[in-house]
Design a protein. Structure first.
Length: 347
């Protein structure tokens, strides 16, 4: 196996479809001068930046004797193995073996490399390339660079959760829990009715429009309780975006715009790391205040998510009871099943 190519252990039984998807694995700014260990789809990875500043994502295993490369260090723009000091440049080529300094390492001495990209403030990795046309990282207009001048971006997390990625996304799409899990924040026990809304399939997921919820505090800018209109869009199996528009005159910012993306990394079938990426026309509030609000909301969701059984999302009809308000989550389940997703779900 040559440097620059991906190789998987025989124990890795991850379905090929999930391997070909781009997954968020870390905030871009936390991948710096030293290696960082992460796990994606049960695969241990090491993230680091080479001499040009490009992010690298490799199997966290030295090709020599299997030591974790994440225990090593970055020297002169190269990653050094902690066990015998083998050094690797960006792209995975082994450049130096200290015990035999005159030896010229060949392709079989290279690290096992995966594709990595940066977008939306995150590092994204896929473990295998799909057949045919490469799959792009899904377009999120509110979070794109060209929206930078009109919408300010912040990211909260990482949130480590003992729950499957699909359970986390389904919770993100669910409004009926607002009055109970987020009572006094996103909902109220006195206002729990959710009116009918529309759900449609899109080219890359599912869209829900016309969603309405009464919220005592829809954001840090809320000055009173308000009816808030939500739009939800699933853009990938483990990714969703919501936009919310409060009633006019109920927030400190006139014409408040707010979009929140939920990015979930499936660490294993029953554990995940999640981040929320926010885009809003608030350029005044400190980052800490915006992030604290999201931290509070997620801390209310986390114990519920970790209590759900089964931990993997059941997709079979009749596996769990449903109500009319569950139209979006049911559409999400059908989308996962139709797409052939099997990681983090029970088919």
């Amino acid at each position: 196996m040559h440097a620059g190519q991906s190789r998987f252990s025989f124990m890795n039984m991850t379905p090929i479809l999930e391997q070909t998807l781009w997954h968020p694995v870390a905030l871009g700014h936390v991948v710096g001068g030293q290696p960082l260990a992460v796990t994606l789809l049960g695969e241990d990875l090491v993230l680091w930046r080479d001499g040009s500043g490009a992010v690298q994502a490799w199997q966290d295993q030295c090709p020599h004797r299997g030591a974790r490369l994440s225990m090593g260090r970055v020297q002169g723009g190269e990653l050094e193995c902690p066990y015998h000091g083998w050094r690797f440049e960006g792209g995975g080529r082994c450049t130096h073996i200290p015990a035999t300094p005159d030896f010229q390492p060949g392709p079989r001495h290279g690290a096992h490399v995966h594709e990595a990209r940066e977008a939306y403030g995150m590092v994204w990795v896929r473990l295998a390339a799909p057949e045919g046309e490469p799959l792009p990282i899904h377009a999120l207009p509110a979070f794109a660079a060209e929206a930078e001048s009109r919408l300010r971006k912040t990211t909260s997390g990482p949130y480590m959760v003992a729950a499957s990625a699909p359970r986390i996304i389904e919770n993100f799409l669910d409004m009926a829990h607002f009055g109970y899990v987020h009572d006094g924040w996103l909902g109220s026990r006195a206002h729990t009715t959710i009116e009918p809304y529309e759900v449609t399939r899109t080219a890359c997921g599912v869209l829900a429009t016309g969603c309405q919820a009464w919220q005592p505090r829809s954001s840090i800018h809320a000055e009173s309780g308000a009816q808030v209109e939500y739009t939800y869009e699933v853009t990938a199996p483990y990714m969703a975006v919501l936009t919310k528009v409060p009633e006019a005159g109920t927030t400190a910012i006139e014409g408040m715009q707010e979009s929140i993306a939920m990015f979930v990394c499936p660490v294993s079938e029953e554990s995940s790391v999640a981040w929320t990426r926010m885009a809003m026309n608030d350029f005044e509030s400190p980052d800490a205040r915006l992030i604290d609000f999201q931290d509070t909301i997620f801390s209310q969701d986390k114990p519920i998510l970790e209590s759900q059984r089964p931990k993997r999302l059941p997709l079979a009809p009749g596996a769990e009871a449903h109500a009319a308000v569950d139209r979006m989550s049911n559409a999400y389940r059908r989308y996962l099943k139709d797409s052939g997703i099997s990681y983090g779900v029970i088919v």
